[in-house]
Write a protein that binds this ligand. Structure first.
Ligand code: UDP
Length: 236
């Protein structure tokens, strides 16, 4: 039995790099596709937003002299590249999916609308939402909050390489403690960097809970949708 019937899965671009310094690790992509297949077969409706940090980020571009808006547009295009890669990997494991873009660019992908997204989900197709929100100065975390709210997802699942939210960065501070659950307000009060504040606030204001979990461990996605208590649940 699944606990969540419709989810918005957020994957970072960086996680697609696997052990590489840049770009897309095929093994990583295949692993993600297989985990998504598992829950798709259980009848979970899956919307996905994938980042672009493995290819380009507007902020770092701006630090190197790029115009911020152009850099952000480059970043949004990077998310389209990753979305096409995931689309292709899902096809390879026998899962139907479609790429919807926040910026018009047929025939690369169809222009996003809520109706098209819901149609895909109800047909059992994975919907991949690319190009973030379509606007500069936003992130794919905000894109995920937005799409998650629009498609009326039960939960946003943020797949990362750490297994949840900690009091401090567990990769730097050995005394860091993990939360099983935490409220939005506590995230603000403690200044925790789960997502950027715009994305977090959108989830809070529209009552979309978030679960942060380790997606790099095979089988974890299935565990999360079946309600196993791994990761950290962020609630009102
Ligand atoms: N981006 C943007 N608007 C959006 C979403 C993304 O301008 O609505 C750009 C921004 O430059 C960002 C880049 O796309 O740095 C890649 O997205 P993000 O950094 O969120 O990717 P991730 O960190 O998840 O890999």
């Amino acid at each position: 039995m699944v606990t969540y019937k419709r989810i918005l899965l957020k994957l970072s671009g960086e996680s697609l790099m696997g052990q590489q310094e840049y770009g897309i690790d095929q093994a990583m992509l295949k692993d993600y596709a297989e985990q998504i297949k598992e829950i798709n077969e259980q009848g979970v409706q899956v919307g996905i937003v994938i980042g672009g940090g493995n290819i380009f980020r507007g902020l770092s571009g701006a630090a190197n002299g790029f115009d911020r808006v152009k850099g952000d547009q480059m970043g949004m295009l990077a998310t389209v590249i990753n979305s096409l890669a995931l689309n292709s990997a899902l096809t390879a494991v026998g899962v139907k999916s479609r790429v919807l873009t926040a910026i018009r660019m047929e025939p690369v992908g169809e222009f996003y609308s809520k109706d098209k997204a819901i149609e895909s989900l109800e047909r059992g197709e994975v919907a991949i939402f690319s190009a973030g929100t379509g606007n500069p100065y936003f992130t794919t975390d905000t894109g995920s909050s937005l799409r998650g709210i629009e498609i009326e997802a039960d939960v946003m699942l943020k797949g990362t390489r750490v297994d949840g939210i900690y009091t401090a960065d567990p990769e730097k501070d050995p005394t860091a403690q993990k939360f099983d659950n935490i409220s939005f307000d506590e995230i603000y009060n403690r200044g925790l960097k789960v997502m950027d504040l715009t994305a977090t606030t959108m989830c809070k204001e529209n009552n979309l809970p978030i679960i942060v979990f380790n997606m790099d461990q095979k089988g974890n996605l299935k565990k999360v949708v079946t309600g196993e208590n791994i990761g950290t649940l962020v609630h009102l």
